[in-house]
Design a protein. Structure first.
Lengths: 263, 259
């Protein structure tokens, strides 16, 4: 029987290990997703062995998208829907099964945290997309996306695009724009191919930039429950938009607070 | 023929003696730019602008933000026939090319989710929930910013219920506001929308761009004017005496309307 799949990329780019403060944070993400998958009859599928080891030419962020269908096919997995979720994310133990909310569409969440960054990235990539008139109100975060067999062609086109413009992408992401890797090209291609993206699942299912949202604290005014707001009110906690070398500490602290719920 | 109405409150409280009064002094100075921008938008969209510059009730008796819910009575008293009513805060500026939002409502109560500090929002929700709504909570991702909301005659009863709620809870509301600083009317009305099962339409952020500094778009190059339509100059840090509100509203108005 076809199962839903959590595609969980956890490639270790050792060249960036110092920048990321190591990759110990993977373990905290993994524990939560394994528990949630087991509870919801979902297949947990880690992506830990890179297809290409040259991470300058093939960033982990690219590989997670370019080879998702190849890897699932290679493993002979019959899937229903696939959720690509970055290893910067932890899921709350009682998160509802979001696969039931998709209407079988491509699902994304709007990226509206740092709109200056988003704008600069869109403008920076506009040239290589032939000045496509991009609708930035539909710009999504590529760290959590849900899709299915209907979207195989989209990812095939993305791979074609990547190989065709690989040198341009490397130049833009490493030198000229420095605003993301896969995310903005994915967004352009979604709009160019006119993919129907479902955008209305609440963002409590993809809580990015939690420090910018002021969600790391608790309600000190009532002082009845010191559970941090993101744990209390969010379902998928994305440890993004923070100094990368603080990620492991924050995820470790979070695990310390919530671990008893995953037994 | 019934027209759509844009409704604003541009109250001068320069002589207020209330300690800590938010409307004290020259706070309202920049609001002239808001009024002027909405007037031009109304002219372009076959709507009428209705500006209140005097209070219905003294501020001590009912804080200013609650008084907007007398709008139905005010329009009736002035013999103004209307189709839909859009309330906008006086610290907003609309882009001259902003699409006609009255055409986006589906005839429902319409507003924009409040992007901003969720520490403030969630504390406010939890506190009001505890003291007024028996622990009830609603989907906080739909918590709206009361700086722009659209209603029509079918919401007249709801406006009455809001006023009734205020009158029935007046002392406690003032106490909770003083104690927790979690806003005045916005959070209670958010609760009432859900408890009264009012059907609503959520517009995207571009139609009420609150807390722009947090999103790093309140920049000298006025980047925000490229990203949306209604600029809400709220949540500006270090905004002593509203001076930065004045700076940004003046600069934005001149850029959009006097260039």
């Amino acid at each position: 029987m076809k199962k839903n799949v959590i595609w969980w990329p956890a490639l270790q780019n050792q060249e960036h290990s110092e920048k990321y403060g190591g990759f110990d944070y993977f373990q905290y993400s993994r524990k939560t997703w394994e528990y949630w998958c087991d509870k919801n009859d979902v297949l947990f599928l880690p992506f830990e062995n890179p297809i290409h080891t040259d991470f300058t030419k093939y960033r982990p962020q690219w590989q997670k998208c370019l080879y998702v269908f190849d890897e699932i096919d290679r493993l002979g997995i019959e899937f229903d829907q696939i959720a690509l979720i970055d290893s910067t994310a932890m899921i709350r133990w009682d998160c509802p099964n979001f696969f039931n909310m998709t209407d079988r569409k491509f699902v994304g969440w709007k990226d509206v945290d740092n709109l200056s960054w988003v704008y600069d990235s869109i403008v920076g990539y506009n040239d290589i997309f032939d000045n496509f008139e991009f609708d930035y109100t539909k710009y999504i975060n590529s760290g959590f996306m849900i899709f299915n067999e209907d979207h195989r062609e989209f990812f095939a086109k993305l791979k074609d695009l990547f190989y065709e413009k690989q040198d341009d992408f490397i130049r833009l992401q490493d030198k000229d724009v420095r605003k993301g890797n896969d995310q903005t090209p994915i967004n352009y291609l979604l709009q160019i191919m006119d993919i129907d993206v479902k955008l209305d699942i609440p963002f409590s299912f993809n809580l990015t930039h939690m420090h910018r949202k002021d969600m790391l604290g608790y309600n000190w005014q009532l002082n009845e429950d010191n559970t941090p707001l993101f744990i209390k009110h969010g379902y998928v906690w994305r440890f993004t938009g923070i100094p990368k070398n603080q990620r492991t500490d924050l995820m470790k602290q979070t695990w310390g607070i919530v671990k008893d719920n995953y037994k | 023929m019934k027209k759509n109405i844009v409704f604003m409150m541009n109250i001068k409280m320069g002589n207020s003696t209330l300690k800590g009064d938010r409307w004290l002094g020259n706070r309202s100075d920049p609001y002239i730019y808001s009024v002027k921008s909405w007037q031009k938008w109304c002219d372009n969209n076959n709507a009428d602008l209705f500006v209140i510059d005097e209070l219905i009730l003294p501020n001590q008796e009912m804080a200013i933000p609650w008084q907007k819910f007398y709008i139905f009575d005010m329009l009736e008293a002035n013999d103004i026939d209307y189709d839909q009513i859009m309330y906008v805060d006086a610290d907003t500026i609309v882009h001259p090319n902003c699409p006609n939002v009255f055409e986006m409502t589906d005839g429902k109560y319409t507003f924009v989710h409040n992007e901003g500090s969720y520490d403030w929002i969630l504390r406010s929700m939890e506190n009001y929930s505890k003291y007024f709504f028996d622990g009830y909570m609603f989907n906080w991702c739909h918590y709206y910013n009361a700086g722009l909301e659209i209603y029509n005659d079918t919401h007249r009863d709801f406006a009455k219920k809001v006023i009734e709620f205020y009158n029935n809870n007046k002392e406690n509301l003032m106490e909770v506001e003083r104690t927790f600083h979690g806003g005045t009317v916005q959070t209670p009305v958010n609760f009432l929308i859900h408890l009264e099962d009012i059907q609503y339409t959520l517009l995207p952020y571009q139609y009420n761009m609150a807390d722009m500094n947090r999103k790093e778009i309140l920049r000298d190059d006025l980047l925000f004017t490229k990203l949306g339509w209604v600029y809400h100059f709220s949540g500006i840090p270090n905004n002593t005496n509203n001076s930065l509100t004045y700076h940004w509203m003046k600069k934005t108005y001149e850029y959009l309307y006097e260039n």
